[in-house]
Design a protein around this ligand. Structure first.
Ligand SMILES: NC(=O)c1ccc[n+]([C@@H]2O[C@H](COP(=O)([O-])OP(=O)(O)OC[C@H]3O[C@@H](n4cnc5c(N)ncnc54)[C@H](O)[C@@H]3O)[C@@H](O)[C@H]2O)c1
Length: 367
């Protein structure tokens, strides 16, 4: 049962570069209008997607988009690499996409980052549209213009800040998303509550478990998008010395270390972030910033979405600590953590003693 669509938002980045996040009732209608517009004006149009989407949303691709040249990659993080990027560049060159043309990225964060970077770099910049199809992409990766690929040496090491023309959100696309991926996206939704919106956190506590057809899902997604848009407007390229875009990394410093030490693919990113948020909450509690009872509230909400709140297999605490020190967000050798002053109010700090970190890691199951 669908409710009224939420109002559009704008990511304000100034100088005529601001762009809308549109909540569309039917992505099929929106895409067919885009296809007509680009075809009529003889501008080129290309779709980039992955094989799961091509199957799960076959109607869209076989009908509305059947005339549009489509580049389809294998699903998953392993496609976010230089080889696929090169193939996309060749694809765009072969169909002679010119600078009036556009790329439509239809998929999760992998497709958004990959196709976004292809657009940023092909002909020194062609337009692109983000059509996020995972919950994570709807609330996070499609907004804010971070595009890029992974290298052997690490994740997201090459990329560009390059914003889309529009972000087009149709929550009905989530109906085909696997449950575990939906839950992983919920970790990011809960993160927004923790970092800047206590009311959102309480609302999530009050609501039954959200699911793709829940009547409040679209408005919850909009609320997350508005937080991300506001943070991006204030700190577009993550240059703020305190707070700013770095706040979006709540739980991520621990989460990245967990992914890194356990080996990529053992935890979904959202699962690692879930455990990371518990560690960040423990750390904030040990420092005396939030009470124990709040840690309990966070753990309960994460568990409602079957998200892990401690490690499935113990990891070595010193290795995790070392991985945190290697994180690319480390500035001048100092690890900056996102901590909570209270639920819905977070800040960045480097004032966390090693024994506090070790204890926080122990409580999430590290040895
Ligand atoms: N650019 C940013 O600001 C930013 C922010 C956060 C994360 N990221 C990046 O996002 C990526 C993770 O994104 P993700 O979690 O969306 O993963 P993903 O793109 O790999 O998608 C997850 C899985 O769901 C499948 N899928 C996607 N939509 C579907 C649908 N509607 N129906 C059926 N299957 C569907 C995909 O094929 C894939 O197997 C990482 O590479 C991360 O670095 C980028």
């Amino acid at each position: 049962m669908s409710e009224e669509q939420p109002e559009d938002l704008v990511v304000e980045i100034g100088e005529g570069r601001s762009y809308p996040i549109r909540f569309v009732e039917s992505i099929a209608d929106k895409l067919s209008r885009l296809v007509v517009q680009y075809m009529d004006e003889q501008k080129g149009l290309v779709v980039v997607t992955d094989m799961n989407l091509a199957v799960a949303q076959a109607l869209l691709f076989d009908d509305i988009l059947k005339e549009v040249p489509t580049f389809t990659v294998s699903p998953g993080e392993s496609s976010k690499n230089l080889l696929r990027l090169g193939e996309i560049w060749d694809f765009l060159a072969n169909i002679r996409l010119d600078r009036k043309g556009a790329v439509i990225a239809i998929g999760g964060g992998v497709i958004g980052d990959l196709a976004g970077f292809a657009s940023a770099s092909f002909l020194r910049g062609t337009s692109y549209f983000q059509v996020p199809t995972t919950l994570l992409a709807m609330v996070d990766s499609s907004i804010g213009g971070k595009t890029g690929i992974n290298l052997e040496a690490g994740k997201n090491l090459v990329g560009a800040f390059f914003h889309p023309e529009e972000v087009l959100i149709d929550t009905t696309l989530l109906k085909t998303l696997p449950d575990a991926e939906f839950s992983a996206g919920m970790a990011e939704v809960i993160k927004y509550g923790l970092l800047g919106d206590a009311e959102l956190f309480s609302r999530l506590e009050d609501l039954d478990r959200l699911h793709p057809e829940h009547p409040e899902l679209a408005s919850i997604i909009r609320r997350c998008c508005s937080i991300k848009a506001a943070v991006v407007s204030e700190d577009e390229q993550e240059t703020a010395t305190a707070g700013g875009r770095a706040l979006l990394n709540l739980g991520h410093t621990f989460g990245h270390a967990i992914e890194n030490v356990s080996g990529y693919g053992i935890y979904l990113h959202g699962e690692a972030v879930s455990i990371g948020m518990v560690a960040a909450a423990r750390m904030s509690c040990l420092k005396g910033w939030i009470p124990e009872v709040d840690v309990g509230r966070i753990v309960r909400l994460l568990k409602r979405y079957d998200l892990p709140v401690c490690l499935r297999q113990p990891l070595d605490r010193m290795e995790l600590l070392e991985a945190m020190r290697q994180d690319k967000k480390v500035r001048r050798g100092v690890v900056h953590f996102v901590a909570m002053r209270q639920l819905g109010d977070s800040f960045t700090t480097s004032e966390v003693e090693e024994h506090v970190l070790l204890e926080s890691l122990e409580i999430i199951g590290a040895e």
